[in-house]
Write a new protein. Structure first.
Length: 385
């Protein structure tokens, strides 16, 4: 799934920047209010996700400008030699202002039809500290963008780049908080849904093209307010692109990426509806140690909330302990945040953070690590749009 809401969020969070670029480019755009996100009309001229793609890697690691919205998500769990733990997030969002076929040729290097937004977060678990940052830029003049050959995506000095087959470097720094990581892909791209076609609702085109790199061995360094540390661990990458809008009644989601110590991975998401029910288009994917991929429908897994955490910053109340079951394979897991406060107080407030996983698989004790994202619990924006 990974980012159904970002379609609406992208419209709002980049609103001011789109407006300024529109003025400079001689356009006139009307920005949607937050109350109208679910009613945004499907834009004409962009390609929509309506059937599976014929994937081509490494080309498809890069951008797909024929679709209006795209995101690259990197998250991970790290630790140093002393066992101190850290969680990180480095994510990039691309939003097109106008379809390729309608773009106006301009001489200025500053002219653009692409807006880039990025989030960088680092959690120092021992210190109980969570740092979160946000940036916006136009996809022009080398300030921000994405490319396929070689694959790279960047916003100023926040960047991901591929420098050899299956190896990637992540860098980000702000206000003395930084990461510099080397990621090595162990399993290759994993396609979710129907060959990477992930349906999110009943309407035609209410879907995305979605793959993950679920086991990225990671090493490098991080710096927090308490020092610089050499670290190692595991990362996870999500990449989705689409053109669409929210389906009626969908208000948020809970997304889980889990890496178990038996070499398997699990991704599940549940879309929450405004009446409190779980949307039937919730789904997931189980990846066995040998790379076998098993799709999961809504009825194939259960998520039970066992505790909550209240944010003093946003006032939102988030689930903070879960029991996750996949009955068909006799898998029962308990998922718990490493620290409660991993809330992202940026343009749109949401929770995303590192978690510990314990439980049983076919009666045998098992453990792991992961990341959880929750949206729609704090319906507040940090700025005026």
């Amino acid at each position: 799934m990974r980012k159904l809401y970002w379609i609406g969020l992208a419209c709002l969070a980049v609103g001011v920047l789109i407006f300024s670029i529109s003025v400079l480019n001689g356009q006139q755009n009307r920005l949607p209010s937050s109350s109208l996100v679910a009613e945004i009309e499907i834009p004409v001229g962009f390609q929509r996700a309506e059937k599976p793609l014929e994937w081509e890697f490494p080309k498809d690691f890069g951008p797909h400008p024929e679709y209006q919205t795209e995101w690259w998500y990197y998250t991970g769990n790290l630790e140093n030699e002393q066992g101190d733990r850290f969680g990180y997030q480095l994510t990039f969002f691309r939003r097109a202002v106008r379809p390729e076929g309608e773009r106006i040729k301009r001489e200025s290097d500053w002219a653009t039809e692409q807006i880039i937004m990025a989030h960088f977060a680092l959690s120092d678990i021992k210190a109980g500290e969570h740092y979160a940052f946000e940036r916006f830029s136009r996809g022009a003049a080398g300030l921000a963008g994405a490319e396929s050959n070689p694959y790279q995506v960047w916003l100023e000095n926040w960047q991901v780049r591929q420098f050899s087959d299956g190896q990637y470097q992540l860098k980000a720094e702000q206000d003395g908080i930084s990461l510099n990581l080397l990621l090595t892909d162990v399993k290759g791209p994993i396609l979710h849904g129907e060959e990477g076609y992930s349906q999110k609702g009943p309407d035609k085109g209410n879907a995305s093209h979605y793959y993950s790199q679920t086991r990225l061995e990671t090493s490098g360094s991080v710096q927090t307010g308490n020092g610089r540390y050499q670290v190692s661990g595991l990362s996870w990458k999500d990449h989705e692109f689409s053109t669409g809008a929210l389906s009626s009644g969908q208000v948020g989601w809970d997304w889980f990426s889990i890496q178990l110590d038996d070499g398997s991975e699990l991704m599940v998401f549940q879309i929450r509806r405004e009446d409190g029910s779980i949307d039937p288009y919730s789904s997931g994917t189980l990846i066995n140690p040998d790379g076998e991929v098993i799709g999961l429908a809504k009825e194939d897994f259960k998520i039970q909330v066992q505790d909550f955490w209240h944010s003093s910053e946003s006032g939102a109340e988030y689930p903070s302990l879960w029991r996750l079951e996949v009955p068909e394979i006799d898998l029962q897991l308990q998922v718990q945040p490493l620290i409660s406060d991993q809330e992202m107080n940026v343009s749109y407030t949401y929770w995303e953070g590192a978690v510990d996983v314990t439980g049983k698989s076919n009666g045998v004790l098992i453990s792991g690590i992961g990341f959880v994202e929750m949206t729609g619990y704090a319906n507040s924006f940090a700025g005026e749009f």
